[in-house]
Ligand binder design. Structure first.
Ligand code: SAM
Length: 248
């Protein structure tokens, strides 16, 4: 019956959609998407017939109105599949409004597992996640905010999204704050020109400065700092969290 299926879509490689993701797209009556042209291309790429399906835009600009329309469709018994341009809806992407409204209307929400740049990038790092890792969405621009990011990364690795326009500036500003910090810069994950660069922030700044490098899509993963390496002793004394709180 009526429900919202949250369907992660490929980051670049069409075969990364899951069997269940394809089944969800096949089964749905309506595809809620950021961009109807891209959603049409996705359906074609994964071999799902578009005919008979409605494509409804649900992005930041249309969120409230389109969520109301989509909830009304589900109340009529329709199945809606929520997608974004790439990766997992609701993760630095539109979608949360529709998920919230669907849930508030007492309708079922089923979230499917699938591609997400943050987790793909983190799994390529090999960084210790004994204390978990922290996803902070798009990197802040202000130096003071980047200091807070490094404070967060005192204890556990931190994953950041960044645009190609800003990636060199952001890595440069982070290097000014802590040039020796280990970092992985993941570029164009799952795509032809995929690169996973590993080094210190200082080295990554140089790597990004070479011609044409700062093109494509980037995810930055900072390793935890010396505080995490100090490990158990610090935990026992219990004085690390107040320190992080002070820096934040
Ligand atoms: N919801 C998406 C997800 O789950 O992966 C993220 C959407 S967010 C608007 C787009 C950002 O994700 C990009 O600016 C980049 O930082 C990151 N990203 C998306 N695709 C990527 C890729 N193939 N390689 C590296 N980073 C990527």
């Amino acid at each position: 019956g009526a429900r919202l299926l949250v369907v992660p879509t490929p980051l670049g490689e069409a075969t990364d959609v899951s069997f269940r993701g394809i089944a969800a797209l096949e089964r749905c009556d309506v595809v809620a998407c950021e961009d109807t042209r891209k959603a049409g291309a996705l359906l074609a790429a994964v071999g799902v017939e578009r005919k008979g399906k409605e494509l409804e835009r649900h992005d930041a600009a249309t969120a409230r109105a389109s969520a109301a329309r989509l909830v009304a469709r589900m109340r009529e018994g329709k199945v809606v599949a929520l997608t974004s341009d790439a990766g997992t809806p609701g993760v630095s992407d539109p979608g949360s409004t529709l998920v919230r409204e669907t849930s508030a209307a007492g309708l079922k929400v089923v979230a499917l597992p699938g591609p997400c740049a943050a987790t793909v990038a983190f799994s390529a790092t090999g960084f210790d996640a004994a204390r978990g890792f922290c996803f902070l969405g798009f990197a802040p621009r202000k130096t003071s905010k980047l200091e807070s990011v490094l404070a967060e990364a005192a204890l556990r690795p931190v994953v950041l999204y960044e645009s190609p326009k800003r990636v060199a500036a952001t890595v440069g500003a982070l290097a000014d704050l802590d040039a020796e910090r280990e970092v992985v810069v993941a570029r164009e994950l799952t795509k032809t020109h995929q690169e996973v660069y590993r080094g210190t922030l200082g080295e990554a700044r140089d790597w990004l400065s070479s011609a044409g490098r700062a093109r494509g899509e980037f995810t930055i993963v900072l390793d935890a700092g010396v505080a995490a390496a100090a490990g158990a002793a610090v935990d026992e004394e219990g004085d690390l969290l107040p320190l992080a709180a002070r820096l934040l």
